[in-house]
Design a protein around this ligand. Structure first.
Ligand code: SAH
Ligand code: SF4
Length: 349
């Protein structure tokens, strides 16, 4: 168990202190960690919760990340693509529901060229006053710049793990240093830049997770998405035990610890209570993360007919299941007692 010393707000946590917290299982010590993270969240980004509409518009992907159901090698997935008008209409619909950020996410699908995405950004921005977050995988610098110049506000690209060797095992067609360069480029272009990891992915250690958290700080990442790794039997990544039925998911508690420590280390970032947490704990996953330092919720607003097909992992639960998709703002306010922001919800630097 950790000592009874109060956690200092101003002293940066060292690598070994972060590791110690990640290993902690004393409930009183953890309660204190979450309260501290909640206090830091309140002091550094206030009490508002930012709600984002997530539109997963294509599940085609040219990559083969070992853990992901959208990988090109997964022949068991029915693939779909939304056309430009469908994407723009879905964004306008989200705007009318009250959202002020739309997150456009897909596999790495090159059919959506630089020009196509530019047209979609222009189409959305001409129709409504909404921030656009892109999450389209690795793209050339010139393309990222063109999208930013057309009005894209934010970009999500998780570094997934800070262990270069594990990164390259998990991503046979990607390179760790390239991903980090791309995160730096996104910042340099002017995007509010998001990174994140999958907590509990096989091969990960407490030490590497501590490095992940310190890397968020070093790169001055604006948005940090840390969700649990969810085993997908249609992917080649081995389950933690040879028997699929015995596969042990990461404990939700482990994810809350990572959320809390990311908040304490990075202070004024935007930290979502990630969608994947609902798959581990449908009732409380999101709410617990919101009490441990998180301040953002992403709600799946992908049109109904496509939603099921965006199968990154099985049982793609979304917070919308508990947060009433028809009326997300009021439901969140009732459940959390916190105000839901009605503005863009940029990170204020
Ligand atoms: N293709 C883009 C965006 C879509 S994938 C990209 O890779 O950036 C979005 C996220 O889904 C990935 O960053 C990864 O962290 C997450 N993901 C994929 N497979 C997962 C799994 N089995 N469990 C939990 N998260 C997963
Ligand atoms: Fe494609 Fe992203 Fe899945 Fe990798 S994580 S296979 S890039 S959708």
């Amino acid at each position: 168990m950790l000592t009874d010393e109060p956690l200092l707000f101003d002293a940066p946590l060292s690598h070994s202190e972060i590791v110690q917290f990640l290993k902690e299982d004393d409930l009183a010590a953890l309660a204190k960690l979450y309260t501290t993270a909640d206090d830091v969240r309140f002091l550094c980004v206030g009490d508002d919760i930012h709600v984002r509409a997530l539109i997963n518009f294509s599940n085609h992907c040219r990559r083969n990340c070992l853990y992901c159901g959208l990988r090109q090698g997964n022949a068991e997935l029915t693939r779909f693509r939304m056309n430009e008008n469908e994407i723009i209409s879905a964004a306008i619909k989200a705007y009318k529901k009250g959202y002020r950020t739309v997150v456009l996410q897909s596999g790495e699908d090159e059919l959506y060229t630089e020009k196509v995405i530019c047209r979609i950004i222009i189409g959305i921005k001409q129709s409504c006053d909404i921030a656009i977050t892109l999450s389209l995988g690795e793209r050339p610098y010139k393309t990222l710049k063109a999208w930013f110049n057309e009005g894209a506000d934010r970009y999500l690209l998780k570094h997934e793990t800070s262990d270069p060797e594990l990164y390259e095992q998990l991503h046979p067609d990607l390179r760790f240093d390239h991903r980090i360069d791309m995160l730096r480029n996104l910042k340099e272009i002017g995007y509010q830049t998001g990174s994140g990891i999958m907590v509990g992915i096989p091969g990960q250690t407490y030490e590497s997770v501590a490095n992940d958290i310190l890397l968020f700080k070093e790169l001055d990442i604006d948005m940090i998405g840390c969700g649990p790794y969810i085993y997908n039997p249609k992917t080649p990544l081995q389950a933690a035990t040879p028997d699929e039925n015995l596969y042990i998911q990461p404990k939700p508690e482990y994810v809350y610890k990572v959320v809390a420590l990311s908040r304490i280390v990075t202070r004024d970032t935007h930290i979502p209570a990630t969608t994947a947490l609902s798959a581990l704990n449908p009732e409380l996953g999101i709410l617990s993360a919101l009490s441990a330092g998180a301040n953002v919720i992403m709600i799946n607003e992908t049109p109904e007919q496509y939603r099921r097909l965006y199968e990154i992992y099985p049982k793609d639960e979304t917070p919308a299941d508990i947060l009433s998709p028809e009326n997300p703002f009021e439901t969140i306010e009732q459940l959390t007692g916190r105000h839901v922001a009605r503005d863009y919800g940029h990170r204020h630097l």
